[in-house]
Design a protein around this ligand. Structure first.
Ligand code: PLP
Length: 445
């Protein structure tokens, strides 16, 4: 029988589990196992307690084992374990959907539930293509992504995604996909605070793609408002607005992938709020349930949803959905998480802490090998000069040093150190993270 011991006892062998996005052979020679969590901290199998400066994987925004979330999940499991939302339903999914529309930017009136960011992305892309078809505009099939973007691992997501090595491994991807240029410009924008000043012109590349492919073939553009996994890249000032204008001009849907930036990470409910640009669809996951159980959601404008309700000739307006869309346990976790964000004031807290976080981060400027610091809200990237030993080796060495020498867990993405701490942290924890990085950067130089 499974027991709490199963969670903490070192496994006999590490061989069976093929770990995701992990150098398995290397990891298994020197495994790092987490056996517990509380608030801002993880407990490691070797007895150490470490500060989690990345909120798990950019998801535990309200702190580990948040009491509201744990209590709601425990209560739910004793009432209703599972109910399908295919042609029957349960109340919590409807309540949660309504609540999300109240929290989302004005006009985002409808919600489709998924179980992950990847599923949210594929769902949004499918809705975008089907939307045009429902309106009798079936020629619009083309999807536009952006270089250096990450949209999860579905075939749709990697097709619009902009990470070469993830795309090249999996053969021909979706037909009819093109990409905008990325917006990172170290020469002009290094050490910007928030939105960099230069690069609005990068949005004009969309006009060039329209000229190339003709607007009548383009269904949607998808971007992360702040690219996360490719190094934390805030949008140049005015860039998102210009994308919105070009999309409007040509009848193209705009999708913001807010899997990381949603639910307070940038100091407002959504990055769409912060940057004052409302897309047609928003993809979410991660912070929706505080990472406690998988769930994603696609939010969309009324007009997108209504095209199906008015235009569809079949009884099932969209042939799409997952066994676990709107799972009761996930709904309970999400509702409690939203309570934590709003009633406990955690999103406001993220916004309040941001300037202090920003000052701490930018105090690292001038250290050897630090070539850029980028930040929005409680999301940051510190880019390091790459080493000849290979992409990412510098940042990995710094991250390892932080963990081993000062008990702070940070994440390396390429040669950037990414930070996304839980919003429950205090100034002293920000100091601890910055001190840890300062020492690691100096000593690995
Ligand atoms: N989209 C973005 C912007 C992400 O950052 C991620 C994950 O990091 C995903 C999609 C994929 O989410 P998941 O890993 O839950 O499938």
């Amino acid at each position: 029988m499974a027991s709490a011991d199963t969670l903490t006892t070192p496994p006999g062998s590490l061989d069976a589990f093929w770990m995701p996005f992990t150098p398995n052979r290397k990891f298994k020679q020197a495994p790092r196992l987490i056996v517990g969590s509380e608030g801002l901290h993880y407990d490691l199998a070797d007895g150490r307690r470490v500060l989690d400066a990345i909120a798990g994987l950019w998801c535990v925004n309200a702190g580990h084992r948040n009491p509201r979330v744990s209590a709601a999940m425990k209560a739910q499991i004793d009432v209703l374990d599972y109910a399908s939302n295919f042609q029957i339903g349960h109340p919590a999914a409807f309540t949660l959907a309504q609540r999300l529309t109240q929290m989302a930017p004005a006009g985002m009136d409808h919600v489709f539930f998924t179980n992950s960011g990847s599923e949210s992305v594929d769902t949004a892309l499918k809705i975008a293509v089907a939307y045009h078809r429902a309106r009798g505009d079936a020629g619009r099939y083309r999807l536009i992504g952006r270089e250096r973007s990450y949209h999860g691992v579905g075939f749709g997501g990697i097709s619009v995604g902009g990470i070469g090595r993830q795309r090249s491994t999996f053969g021909p991807l979706l037909n009819g996909v093109d990409h905008l240029p990325h917006t990172l410009d170290l020469a002009r924008n290094a050490f910007s605070r928030g939105e960099p000043a230069h690069g609005i012109d990068k949005a004009d590349a969309l006009e060039a793609l329209v000229a190339l492919h003709d607007a009548s073939t383009i269904a949607a553009v998808i971007v992360e408002p702040v690219a996360g996994s490719t190094g934390v890249l805030p949008p140049p000032r005015g860039y998102l607005k210009r994308l919105r204008e070009i999309c409007d001009r040509h009848g193209i849907l705009l999708i913001f992938d807010e899997v990381i930036t949603g639910f307070g990470r940038v100091g407002s409910n959504f990055a769409s709020d912060l940057f004052g640009v409302t897309p047609d669809l928003i993809t979410t996951a991660k912070g929706l349930t505080n990472g406690a159980v998988p769930m994603g959601a696609v939010l969309m404008r009324g007009a997108v949803h209504d095209a199906f309700m008015h235009g569809s000739v079949s009884a099932v307006e969209l042939s799409h959905g997952y066994t676990y869309s709107g799972h009761p346990l996930a709904c309970a976790a999400a509702m409690a998480t939203l309570d934590a964000y709003t009633e406990d004031g955690l999103i406001a807290r993220a916004a309040e802490l941001s300037p202090y976080f920003e000052d701490g981060l930018h105090s690292l400027r001038g250290l050897p090998g630090v070539i850029d610091v980028r930040n929005v809200g409680l999301l940051a990237g510190i880019e390091l000069q790459g080493w000849a030993s290979g992409l990412g080796t510098h940042a990995q060495a710094v991250a390892q040093h932080c963990l081993d020498e000062s008990g702070v867990l940070v994440r390396s993405v390429g040669d950037t150190i990414a930070l996304s701490p839980p919003f429950t942290l205090e100034r002293r924890h920000i100091d601890q993270i910055i001190d840890s990085l300062r020492a690691a950067i100096a000593q690995t130089a």
